[in-house]
Design a protein around this ligand. Structure first.
Ligand code: ATP
Length: 343
């Protein structure tokens, strides 16, 4: 069907006794930057491999651009996969690595060269075509792998933790570059990661996986601000839950509720919060962590339970912050930031 790049229907995959994918229904739209996020073992890589055709489903169906590809081999699908280890050929130059996919497809040599150079320019590696992979940094090797993926202009690019081998600074830089690149080329990207910040930074939409199932599919803001389950609330962002008796005392209602740390203000215990739409809870600062631009307060509530609050450091210093440990405080937040999460 028009507009849908990938459709998964009742997809299941078992390996012997292990159920890796336990029934997944999902639609990924054309041109989306779509991330599959979840802890190790949650099934996201298996779903990616099912889309690529490296695995056959035990049950269910995979459609690409409206075509049922469930029985097709990887090379019969208009898909390219970028792996974490890049899988570059060490004996070939960068240019040859990029042009290789075109060679297989019998594209004439002159055209191969032009297209390889264009792809290298897209990933900002012009001028590096004659080097061998060993003469490049990790980030540059990553870019070569991307150029190789882009040169054939697949409809769909699958990326399996492609930034996993990079150090944090480079990783953050590549996240922004990859997102910009995706916007520029307009190809649908399906990106596997276990890093929630990475998923929130880059994605148009995110699917959160847990034990082979989808817990929630939504935009980064929906996933973060409106977690659909307590698993999502604790896996994405800092887990900050008020449960049962504590929730009843503070909010006047039981169940499990999530409040994001940056929505909570830390006041002196004696402060008066005279706003009916604000919730408030007193407690003792158990721990305080100075993070440079922000400070994290861990507060044991008198009502039971513990909440984390994140405050911007406008005028405070590390010394001021340390003095908070053990002090009595009052936490307050707007009630609209309290999200009820079904267990
Ligand atoms: P990671 O981030 O660690 O790669 P993941 O979320 O991608 O985790 P999968 O790799 O999809 O998870 O694995 C899901 C489950 O299926 C795990 O329990 C894993 O051990 C199992 N599994 C995956 N591939 C195979 C295989 N070829 N044979 C047997 N079990 C497998």
């Amino acid at each position: 069907m028009e507009g849908i790049a990938v459709r998964l229907q009742a997809l299941r995959k078992t390996f012997g006794e292990t159920t890796a994918v336990a029934g997944v229904d999902l639609e990924i739209r054309d041109g989306e930057f779509f991330s599959m996020l979840g802890p190790s073992g949650s099934g996201k890589t298996t779903v990616l491999r099912l889309i690529a055709g490296f695995e056959t489903p035990t049950e269910g169906r995979v459609e690409l651009a409206g075509q049922d590809v469930t029985g097709l081999a990887p090379f019969e699908r208009d898909v390219h996969t970028v792996f974490q280890d890049y899988a570059l050929f060490p004996h070939m130059t960068v240019e040859q690595n990029v042009a290789y996919a075109l060679k297989i497809r019998k594209v004439p040599k002159a055209e191969r060269l032009v297209r390889a150079r264009k792809a290298l320019a897209e990933v900002r590696l012009d001028g590096h075509g004659r080097r061998r992979p060993a003469q490049l940094s990790g980030g540059q090797r990553q870019r070569v792998a991307l150029a190789r993926a882009l040169v054939g202009r697949p409809r769909l690019l699958l990326l399996d933790e492609p930034l996993g081998a990079l150090d944090l600074k480079l990783r953050e830089q590549m996240q922004l570059e990859l997102k910009a690149l995706q916007r520029e080329v307009g190809i649908t990207f399906v990106f596997v990661t276990h890093d929630q910040e990475e998923a929130l930074t880059m994605s148009d939409r995110i699917a959160v996986f847990h034990q082979g199932r989808l817990e929630q599919v939504g935009t980064p803001a929906e996933i973060y601000e409106r977690p659909a389950t307590s698993f999502v609330a604790s896996f994405v962002g800092t887990s900050n839950l008020l449960r049962d008796d504590a929730a009843r005392r503070v909010l006047g209602t039981g169940g499990t509720h999530s409040i994001r740390p940056e929505k909570i203000r830390v006041l002196k215990e004696a402060a008066i919060v005279d706003e009916p739409e604000h919730a408030t809870a007193t407690g003792t600062v158990a721990e305080v962590v100075y993070l440079g631009d922000t400070t994290r307060f861990l507060v044991d509530l008198d009502a039971g339970g513990r909440l984390t609050a994140l405050q911007q450091n406008l005028e405070t210093s590390a010394e001021d912050v340390a003095a908070y440990r053990g002090t009595r405080v009052r936490l307050t937040w707007h009630r609209r930031h309290t999200v009820h999460v079904p267990d």
